[in-house]
Design a binder for this molecule. Structure first.
Ligand code: HAM
Length: 521
């Protein structure tokens, strides 16, 4: 029997529906218009990219890369995949020699098929694949020779051998690993390099909007497919005014959207040098080790992996401990301290209000110097509507020339939520006119009238089937239409159409031309 269970949007994803989508469009339109006035152009990078791009840019130890990306091998080799499966997951009864034979046979089949696809350039020619295949060949021969020699191997040794086969098989990649983008800064830097944008007048200012994907635990304001509006400035001089102007644009954008209760926090996390952040991190680790026993498991782990992230902790009992830790502002090198002071001065010049937050370290590896975050009201625990910062060095890390960089990304879902909580809804708008047509004669005129009115920019509802007069008016009022245009035999003969105002019930006769003028007025 056919499975009739209903489909639902996947957990953490959702449909954006009218009338909400009107608000989404207005927010996006505001970004297009405002960002253009600051000299930004739009970039639309792909939604998936090589996994390595994000791993290198965002950082292998970050939550995003470590556990939140949607990653898959990009190939269409179903036969090879099916052949690989039994050797990755050998279901072997060690007492049964037939099973042993089967495994060796499976292994041979896979290796033969792999060789065929490799010849046709259909599998990635990586050193990892080459060494895994070489190991599988060796293991196949070893199993064969052991079997032929009918040596008495104990079960444990066979078991270990199968594990070796399985481990080598799991190293094989049938396609290049790709990931749905968890963010877009890495893509923008990749595009900057790929299109030689360093040859354009610098800095290059780009903005983007679209879906991002992170496998996080869904909750209010946190989704697995979410939307960002972001902007990046690449290249150009070492000028703190660039940081300040970008932040000014961001705050102007929120203002134009009507977002309430925004708070801008800023910090400087210096640069990776012993006399700057590296020195600070060493000192921080030292201090954290002294209080390790009092910290939660996550923070304890981070003392080793990334002590800065301990500062992000929201655990209540860790707060008084964190308050006593050394602060990065006291450990910045002279250049980074001067840069931070100049950013603040430039924000003051622009009248941008900010709060300094020495604990603002951000969760992506590429940041240096300026970091910032904006929170808004009505969002509960997920109240960051925007995060950003400077990332000089990222373009170089991805294989490009030394290039300065700074940018931000706004969480559009959260922005919309906060606007809606603040009462900024766009009411559902019904049609301007519903055309109540009666009779086939009138239908041809109704089609023409609908076209003319839509061309003039009016929202028109043209019923696809003939409705009785009462039913047509009922439909018009259900849809919230402002007017009903009534077209029957009389109207067609006289050329005078009847327009009914549905709010006042007033009716009037108008020629086609007069109707347009009346509606425009
Ligand atoms: P991020 O802080 O990871 O930074 O994300 C920026 C914003 O995206 C967050 O402040 C939040 O509003 C929103 N966001 C993140 N994850 C989710 C989620 N699961 N559901 C809903 N909204 C979310 C970046 O992505 C950097 N690329 C920003 C940047 C651009 N830095 C420099 N240039």
């Amino acid at each position: 029997m056919a499975n009739k269970s209903k489909f639902q949007a996947i957990r953490g994803t959702r449909d954006l529906l009218p009338p909400d989508t009107a608000l989404w469009n207005r927010v996006e339109q505001t970004a297009h218009e405002l960002f253009t006035t600051y000299g930004f152009g739009e970039i639309r990078p792909p939604i998936f990219e090589p996994t390595d791009l994000f791993a290198r840019a965002v950082g292998g130890d970050t939550d995003i890369v470590g556990k939140e990306m949607y990653t898959f091998p990009d190939h269409n080799l179903r036969d090879l995949e099916a052949a690989l499966y039994p050797i990755c997951n050998p279901a072997i009864d060690l007492d049964d020699p037939k099973d042993l034979m089967a495994l060796v046979a499976d292994l041979r089949v896979f290796l033969e098929q792999f060789a065929v696809h490799q010849k046709q350039d259909e599998v990635p020619k990586t050193s990892e694949n080459a060494s895994a295949v070489a190991r599988l060949h060796t293991l196949a021969e070893k199993i064969d020779s052991l079997r032929l020699a009918a040596e008495d191997m104990d079960l444990m040794s066979w078991h270990a051998l199968f594990q070796e086969v399985s481990a080598a098989a799991k190293e094989i990649r049938l396609g290049d690993m790709v990931s749905l983008r968890p963010e877009a800064t890495a893509s923008v830097c990749r595009a900057y390099i790929e299109h030689n944008m360093q040859q354009l007048p610098q800095p290059v200012k780009l903005y983007y909007m679209g879906p991002m994907f992170r496998r996080e635990r869904p909750q209010k304001g946190r989704y697995r497919q979410f939307y960002q509006i972001g902007a990046e400035i690449l290249g150009g001089p070492d000028a703190p005014a660039i940081d300040a102007e970008l932040i000014e644009m961001l705050m102007t954008f929120f203002d134009k959207c009507g977002l309430q209760g925004t708070e801008l926090s800023i910090n400087s996390i210096g640069h990776a040098a012993d006399n700057c952040r590296r020195g600070y991190v060493a000192k921080l680790r030292e201090e954290l080790l002294k209080v390790k026993d009092k910290l939660g498991a996550d923070s304890q782990r981070r003392i080793e992996t990334n002590p800065l992230r301990v500062l992000d902790s929201k655990l209540e009992h860790e707060q008084p401990i964190i308050a006593t830790l050394p602060r990065i502002a006291d450990h910045l090198c002279d250049e980074c301290r001067a840069h931070y002071a100049a950013v603040k001065h430039n924000l003051d010049l622009r009248g941008v209000a900010y709060r300094e937050n020495w604990r603002l370290v951000r969760g992506l590896d590429y940041y240096m110097r300026t970091t910032f975050e904006i929170t808004a009201q009505g969002l509960g625990s997920q109240n960051a509507v925007c995060g950003g910062g400077r990332y000089d060095g990222l373009v170089e890390l991805l294989g490009g020339p030394p290039t300065k960089g700074i940018g931000f990304a706004i969480g559009e879902d959260r922005l919309i939520l906060s606007l809606q909580e603040g009462g900024k809804m766009l009411a559902a708008r019904g049609p301007d006119v519903l055309i109540a047509w009666m009779g086939q004669n009138a239908y041809a005129t109704a089609i023409r009238a609908a076209k003319t009115l839509r061309n003039a920019g009016f929202r028109v509802e043209l019923p696809a089937t003939e409705l009785k007069f009462g039913k047509a008016l009922e439909r018009a009022s259900k849809l919230g239409s402002r007017f009903a245009l009534i077209l029957g035999d009389n109207e067609i003969q006289s050329g005078e159409w009847t327009l009914k105002n549905l709010a006042t019930s007033e009716q009037q006769k108008l020629s086609e031309q007069a109707l347009l003028e009346y509606l425009r007025g």
